[in-house]
Design a protein around this ligand. Structure first.
Ligand code: SF4
Length: 284
């Protein structure tokens, strides 16, 4: 199972996104997928290029719309494992509405966000994940908005799988992606993926100094939602590892009435023409 293809990524040397790509490829192989079992859907931004770099089905979508496309792919073919992927600007600014509703819908896909706290593709503007006071071309005096707290937002929106990692922590990140793929429901994995070209604050060294591993916190239990929220608040959400998992909640596919067992293309459409005409006549 080789999820590498011949396309050479054109990310800047040292960009965190390289490790995210490698982790997805390793995780997909480790859980026993074949390239034809996986679809990688991406949004717009430097990170959005990832769908072209992985040997699997791929779709490079439009800005902020990675989740509607990914959910559509999954609904049309439940046999595919679907990974949605994009940046923090894509998912937590223009795409935030989709993110919240995908979380509460709990459809069985994995969303991996490459969070670099800046807009890289457009050459360095403040993003929804930039901290207050962060200086960029768009906020030369420092941002006067606070950063969106994605992990707390996910927990309070009913997420059944929330994790956070750091792109240079390849082993942990790969393991979290494997767990996300195997989770029966929506899994959100936020990955701190440094932009070495435009973000000179949140660097590799900064994360190494500031991130707390949940595995180092004695007694941490990722099935305890209250504890997860309190831990996030105590550490300003600068934690890495599996934050919360709820295996007891059914996924969207489990709950939807009449959801086809087979991919849509193989399903027999049973349309009762008389009922259809009756319905249409009500609107005429
Ligand atoms: Fe990565 Fe930043 Fe370069 Fe974009 S601009 S490829 S995010 S280092």
């Amino acid at each position: 199972k080789d999820f590498r293809n011949k396309v050479k990524p054109n990310w800047c040397p040292g960009c965190g996104d390289f490790s995210v790509q490698a982790s997805i490829q390793r995780a997909a192989a480790n859980v026993g997928l074949e390239p034809e079992d996986l679809a990688v859907i991406s949004g717009i931004g430097c990170s959005g290029r990832i769908s072209g770099y992985i040997n699997a089905y791929g779709f490079h979508g439009i800005h902020g719309r990675v989740l509607p496309i990914a959910q559509g792919v999954k609904m049309a073919n439940k046999n595919l494992k679907v990974i949605a992927s994009g940046g923090d600007g894509d998912g937590f600014a223009i795409g935030m509405g989709h993110t919240i509703h995908a979380i509460r819908r709990n459809l069985d896909i994995t969303y991996i966000v490459m969070d670099n706290q800046i807009y890289g593709l457009t050459k360095g503007q403040t993003s929804p994940r930039s901290e207050m006071g962060f200086k960029t071309k768009s906020t030369p005096e420092g941002s006067i908005e606070s950063a969106v707290n994605v992990m707390e937002m996910a927990l309070s929106s009913g997420a059944t799988f929330v994790a956070q990692s750091f792109s240079s922590d390849l082993k942990d990140l790969t393991s979290l992606i494997e767990q996300g793929i195997n989770h029966k429901g929506f899994s959100l994995i936020n990955v701190f993926s440094p932009c070495v070209t435009y973000n000179k604050v949140n660097t590799y060294d900064w994360f190494k100094e500031n991130l707390v591993k949940l595995s180092d916190i004695e007694g941490y239990d990722p099935t305890d939602r209250g504890l997860a929220m309190r831990t996030l608040m105590d550490h300003n959400s600068l934690v890495s590892g599996l934050i919360y998992k709820n295996e007891g909640q059914k996924s969207y596919q489990d709950l939807i009435h009449g959801y086809s067992e087979a991919p849509l293309k193989d399903s027999e459409l049973k349309v009762d023409k008389s009922k259809f005409d009756e319905l249409v006549s009500e609107f005429m």
